[in-house]
Design a protein around this ligand. Structure first.
Ligand code: MLT
Ligand code: MN
Ligand code: ZN
Length: 364
């Protein structure tokens, strides 16, 4: 274990709540713009506009996570958050007389970057509910530079600075360790030239532990490094950047001038894409999130969908729920989220279907 990282079990005990496992609901499975995108008739969007049964609409990128099904943290807050809450019964308000009928199960938001599709939903959460927001100094500064976010009442919304490599607890029973991944600054902060692939607090992934289970969330990532492979190995579930299938997909569709990599997103396919780079990594369940509207893996039965499914991946839909039942006493996560010092072997995890297999359902 790295210096400074306490055993997760101790941290869980310190939160005063025994976790019952981990539930994660994909609130929005699409990248910025959603699917279909409002102004797009690329060949993939056209299917949705035309009502083709092989595709389903998707909202913008966000995940809800809970250790007990009662209190929830959002990982990113998308511009579609209002609709996502309405579509997700566990996130509906629970009126209480002592709070004047307003009480939400959403207690926290953790941001992985400052992109519009990940922060604009904070504005939806402005209406006088206590909320803890967790962000790196870089992402906090990006948001704070925009006076619009001043509508979040500082008396109710607290900002908590998180540091890559330092675990924190956004909710009782939930431990999260942020880690840097290759990325870039948000689009609206790009200058004349932009460095893509740097590892700073501008783009992070989240390693989550609750009830002895582990989930990793990496919705934006420009490259798979050996350190990232070590970090992800052993997770019960991985939700990973599925923005584009081909690096030049947007150019080929005639709807953009940037490659996926230039936007900070490693492609899924190809000899150096994420499918290949993560093929040997032992993870219980692999799910692509943050899928761009041009990505042909959105289409049931397409060659690209078949390729990802054959490789053991799922393309997330809105409402996809990953339920990881508590394992053992819920305290066997002492080497997680912190990565081991040397690479772990990449044999598959021992799985016991009754206690440790993630179950996956589509909740809506
Ligand atoms: C991205 O994921 O690259 C961004 O969300 C792009 C954007 O800001 O629209
Ligand atoms: Mn995005
Ligand atoms: Zn499109």
């Amino acid at each position: 274990m790295r210096e400074g990282a306490q055993p997760t079990a101790d941290r869980l005990r310190a939160t005063g709540v025994r976790a019952t496992g981990l539930r994660a609901i994909v609130l929005g499975s699409a990248a910025g713009g959603g699917y279909p995108q409002w102004n797009c008739r690329c060949s993939v969007c056209a299917l949705a506009w035309d009502g083709d049964a092989r595709v389903r609409s998707r909202t913008q990128s966000s995940l809800a996570v809970s250790p007990d099904g009662r209190e929830w943290a959002l990982f990113n807050a998308s511009p579609d958050l209002g609709a996502q809450i309405r579509a997700t019964p566990v996130l509906h308000p629970r009126g209480r007389r002592d709070t004047g009928g307003r009480d939400t199960p959403i207690r926290a938001v953790v941001l992985t970057n400052g992109d519009v599709d990940h922060v604009a939903g904070l504005l939806t959460l402005r209406e006088k509910a206590p909320l803890a927001v967790f962000a790196t100094a870089e992402t906090r500064a990006a948001v704070a530079a925009n006076p619009l976010f001043g509508v979040l009442d500082p008396a109710l919304v607290t900002w908590n600075e998180i540091t890559p490599g330092q675990p924190f607890s956004p909710l009782a029973g939930l431990i999260v360790e942020p880690f840097t991944v290759p990325g870039k600054v948000p689009l609206y902060l790009e200058g004349a030239s932009v460095e893509v692939g740097t590892e700073t607090g501008s783009t992070i992934g989240l390693a989550v532990a609750a009830g002895g289970t582990r989930l990793a969330y990496v919705p934006g990532c420009a490259a798979v490094t050996p350190a990232l492979v070590r970090r992800l190995a052993g997770a019960d579930a991985l939700l990973f950047d599925g923005t584009v299938f081909r690096d030049d997909e947007m150019l080929a569709e005639g709807v953009g001038t940037k490659t996926g990599r230039r936007m900070g997103h490693l492609p899924v396919g190809g000899t150096d894409g994420s499918l290949a780079a993560l093929a040997g990594v032992a993870v219980g369940r692999k799910v692509f999130v943050h899928v761009n509207n041009t990505n042909p893996m959105l289409v049931d039965g397409s060659p690209e969908r078949r390729a990802v499914e054959t490789a053991g991946w799922t393309v997330a839909e809105d409402g996809l729920e990953i339920a990881l039942p508590m394992r053992g006493a819920g305290e066997d996560t002492s080497s997680w989220p912190s990565p081991p010092a040397s690479p772990r072997p990449t044999q598959p995890l021992p799985q016991s279907p009754s206690t440790s297999s993630p179950s996956t359902t589509t909740a809506r």
